[in-house]
Design a binder for this molecule. Structure first.
Ligand code: ATP
Ligand code: MG
Length: 461
């Protein structure tokens, strides 16, 4: 077979020796590159989250972005949007394994926790961030590769941990300055309570078969709870009148729900009870919640979560309770942008101007000491093809310095260097002011000037 192909290839006439111009390749639809300066906003968000998680004693867990397909089919439920139509699943050509790009991370977290027996000495509080993959129609707030940050507490049965996680998310919105986010809360009860409700729900929906759309009819016996989640206006009346799961909850489930609510009330976290909130995955029980905004059109859910006390067992672990949430980073950043409160990208502290390449050894030595003190320094480098060793005119270097957003330029001119000095020039506050600084004093002087700028911008703000 191979040799046959090779022979055919060899028989083809050679058209030209000149390599054809390569066709430009583009990224996969719905999967975005995150470029500077916007990528700084992602880092800002990640930093905020790391700080907050640390203060709540949640620790970072990193799992692979590829998992066995069976994990998601078993974990999320066969009749969910994700498993039915959104997963990137493929066979590993090299060994025939059935694999899937993770559409969410909870299943993988649970797999890892079980695989490494992490609950042997008690509950664990964990968080993750990273890309997820779902084959959906790309639109604002909905992508095929998107990014989630999630927090999971495993091994804890009590309502206080549900509340801790919700308060954690609410605190994050506060620290990010997110406005117009409301919390919707519901309880899905326990499997036996859901089973009783399900019988009543199916009976109700069967009385209105004429109103149900195709999707609802298909789900009538496989996943009727999801029908309550419908956005179809024609079905709203039937769905409103459906038996409420809340009315089927037993004493223990109600007590758990009320305990969560009591802590939220005491913590000043307001919420709206939404008896129709069901969430997209099958694994939830008891508390479920979503943080929703009206400012992002139909992609208004920025964070969702709940309790999943049976998932660990379902994935093959020793039964243990768990609760968690995941937020969509794109949607959080989009909401901040919509509000006009995304932090602006900041330039470096210092831009090093290098009139002549012969100064480079001194430049390197000096800027490394600045960087070692925590200052951010951008060094001028020769630009463009064929520029050779030439560093470019002073004018073009100053243009670059300005464009970089730097606070100060440090000019390593030949005359100054001969005197053991450099010139420090303000580019922003008091732009144009300049002074000669002894090379030996550069680090201290620049630090002083930067501190002055910071103090000034703080009194202005
Ligand atoms: P939706 O109802 O918007 O499809 P979902 O219920 O499928 O959301 P979850 O699986 O709960 O979403 O994921 C948690 C969060 O991840 C969502 O609230 C959302 O912010 C974000 N998210 C989910 N899917 C996408 C996507 N395709 N693109 C961008 N963000 C997403
Ligand atoms: Mg979805």
């Amino acid at each position: 077979m191979t040799s046959e192909l090779a022979q055919n290839d060899a028989a083809k006439p050679v058209k030209s020796n000149k390599p054809a111009k390569a066709q430009a390749l583009t990224g996969v639809k719905g999967m975005n590159d995150l470029l500077p300066p916007a990528s700084a906003q992602w880092e800002w968000l990640e930093d905020k989250v790391r700080g907050l998680m640390a203060r709540h004693a949640y620790r970072n867990l990193r799992t692979p972005i590829v998992e066995p397909t069976a994990l998601f089919v078993r974990g999320l439920g066969e009749v969910t949007d994700i498993v039915e139509k959104e997963m990137y699943s493929f066979e590993d050509r090299l060994n025939g394994e059935q694999l899937t790009l993770r559409p969410e991370a909870t299943a993988g977290v649970v797999r890892a926790v079980v695989e490494h027996n992490m609950l042997y000495d008690g509950g664990k509080r964990l968080y993750y961030m990273g890309p997820m993959f779902r084959h959906e129609r790309p639109q604002r707030g909905r992508y095929r590769q998107f990014h989630q940050i999630g927090a999971e507490a495993l091994g804890f049965p009590g309502a206080e941990v549900d509340a801790e996680l919700i308060v954690l998310a609410a605190t994050l919105w506060q620290e990010l300055g997110l406005q117009d986010v409301r919390l919707e809360l519901n309880s899905l009860g326990q499997p036996n309570e859901r089973a009783a409700h399900r019988v009543a729900l199916i009976a109700h929906l069967e009385q209105h078969l004429d109103v149900l759309d195709e999707e609802a009819k298909r789900r009538l016996h496989s996943n009727p709870l999801r029908i309550l989640d419908t956005k179809n206006p024609a079905m709203q009346a039937v769905v409103e009148a459906a038996p409420k799961l809340m009315d089927f909850l037993g004493e223990a489930s109600l007590a758990h729900f009320n305990a969560v609510r009591a802590i939220l009330d005491a913590s000043g976290v307001s919420y709206r009870l939404n008896p129709r909130l069901v969430r997209g995955m099958d694994y939830y029980n008891l508390t479920v919640f979503e943080f929703v905004t009206d400012r992002l059109g139909s992609q208004g859910t920025i964070c969702g979560g709940g309790r999943y006390d049976y998932l660990i067992e379902q994935v093959g672990g020793k039964p243990a309770p768990a609760v968690g949430w995941a937020l969509g980073m794109e949607r959080v950043l989009e909401l901040l942008k919509e509000q006009g409160t995304l932090p602006e990208a900041v330039g470096p502290d210092v831009y090093a101007i290098v009139p002549d390449a012969s100064a480079l050894p001194v430049v390197f030595k000096t800027i490394q000491t600045l960087r070692a003190q925590g200052m951010s320094v951008q060094m001028h480098a020769a630009h463009g093809a064929g520029a050779g060793e030439g560093m470019g005119s002073m004018k073009s270097q100053f243009k670059k310095a300005d464009g970089s957003g730097a606070q100060f330029a440090l000019i390593f001119g030949g005359d100054e260097l001969a005197r053991g000095e450099v010139t420090l020039k303000a580019l922003r506050d008091g732009a144009g002011a300049q002074e000669a600084v002894l090379l030996a004093d550069v680090t201290t002087r620049v630090a002083e000037k930067l501190a002055q700028n910071t103090a000034q911008s703080q009194t202005v703000a």
